[in-house]
Design a protein around this ligand. Structure first.
Ligand code: GAL
Length: 380
């Protein structure tokens, strides 16, 4: 916690000084209700292109806004915090009328958001809450606590401790598991981990699950910037330090498909999934195509599907409401306290996908084609 606040504080100071040099002369904002869509620009700031989900998010938001006649300034920040700050500063100075931002570090944009507020530009936090600022006007996301619950439940189902209908399974354990969390500067990582740990705790307490490494605090298991390579390295280290006595890891809680792929690579390199050694139950999130293929091939156990098309649609609905000088409709006004205020939110439901669900959830809905699932590659 202390570290988070310190990070938030230094981030805010840096951002404030950046805003002080770049925030003047904004042309956007103000009353836009009488203007034509073609005279209005929406700035869309996305974290990275290394993960296909953010590419899909950015494209969906852009296409849906352009279809309504708006101009869109879509930028990716290469997971670099100063780059994202600069891009948002520039959107403000170039006259954006609304900002849609998926933050890299949820605490690092206070200065930009102040400049936006000064120029009367509404800010919509996209999937990741922006913290420590009064100037976040709306939040569109999924039910992030439930994502964590769903991930832990999928782990329990995969191990046989629970059945898919939630009833008690026939397996008894004890099972060796390891835990992973996302980037500590991403608000979502905390919601995912809390939801998962609340779900796993009774099974850890009654000893049907054992975290053999003993690493159960989020600070011990978090992966900075959600990087696949870092997750692979941590899994390799865990295998060396905690499983060099002939014991096997049987389940891994992973909060994101990119991390799951790193974890799976480490496990495969150590012989798991080969002859005589079962692949552990590995969870995920985002239904990234490479991971959907791994689920289809029986390598990864599950993912959590969050339909980014619906998220993009909510972002567009919220942006349009602001452009018409209206408040977007929230369906949650309690959960997302960003440290300064509770941000009105629109939260979408999530769906667990096991191998058997790929067709109904992902192919029939047009999210991926059967060919993409078979090849593990997006056609684009
Ligand atoms: C989170 C997001 C997840 C996953 C992760 C890594 O903020 O909610 O769905 O995409 O970032 O990109």
């Amino acid at each position: 916690m202390g570290k988070r606040f310190l990070a938030a504080f230094s981030g805010a100071v840096l951002a404030l000084s950046l805003a002080a040099c770049g925030g003047e002369g904004a042309g956007g904002g103000g009353d836009t209700s009488g203007e034509k869509p073609s005279d209005l620009t929406i700035g869309v700031s996305m974290p990275t292109q290394t993960s296909e989900r953010w590419i899909a998010d950015g494209n969906s938001v852009k296409q849906k806004l352009e279809a309504k006649g708006y101009k869109v300034d879509l930028q990716y920040a290469g997971d670099d915090i100063p780059t994202q700050s600069q891009q948002v500063d520039q959107m403000i100075t170039q006259g954006a009328d609304v900002l849609v931002i998926a933050a890299i570090d949820g605490t690092a944009l206070s200065g930009q958001l102040q400049a936006a507020a000064d120029a009367k530009i509404p800010v919509i936090a996209y999937d990741r809450l922006i913290r420590d600022s009064p100037n976040v006007n709306f939040y569109v996301s999924f039910d992030n606590y439930k994502v964590g619950v769903a991930q832990a439940t999928a782990l329990l189902v995969g191990l046989g401790l629970l059945n898919k209908d939630g009833s008690k399974g026939t397996a008894k354990g004890p099972f060796n598991i390891e835990l992973f969390a996302g980037s500590l500067d991403d608000n979502n990582a905390h919601f995912f981990f809390d939801g998962a740990m609340d779900t796993l705790k009774p099974f850890i307490d009654d000893k049907s699950l054992r975290v053999k490494s003993g690493q159960t605090a989020i600070e011990q298991v978090a992966i900075l910037r959600w990087q696949q390579e870092t997750a692979q390295k941590r899994m390799e280290d865990l295998l060396t330090s905690s499983y060099n006595d002939g014991s096997k890891v049987q389940g891994v809680l992973s909060p994101y498909d990119g991390l799951s792929r790193g974890i799976i690579t480490a496990l495969q390199n150590a012989g798991y999934g080969g002859s005589g050694s079962k692949m552990p139950v590995v969870t995920g999130q985002d239904a990234e195509i490479a991971s959907v293929k791994l689920i289809n091939d029986g390598v990864q156990s599950s993912t959590i599907f969050k339909d980014t098309r619906l998220l993009a649609e909510q972002a567009v609905i919220a942006a349009e409401a602001f452009l018409q000088e209206k408040e977007p409709q929230a369906n949650d006004t309690k959960t997302y306290d960003n440290g300064v205020k509770v941000v009105p939110s629109f939260l979408l439901p999530v769906q667990t996908v096991y191998k058997d669900d790929i067709k109904s959830a992902l192919v029939d809905s047009g999210y991926w084609t059967a060919e993409e699932v078979a090849s593990g590659q997006a056609k684009g």
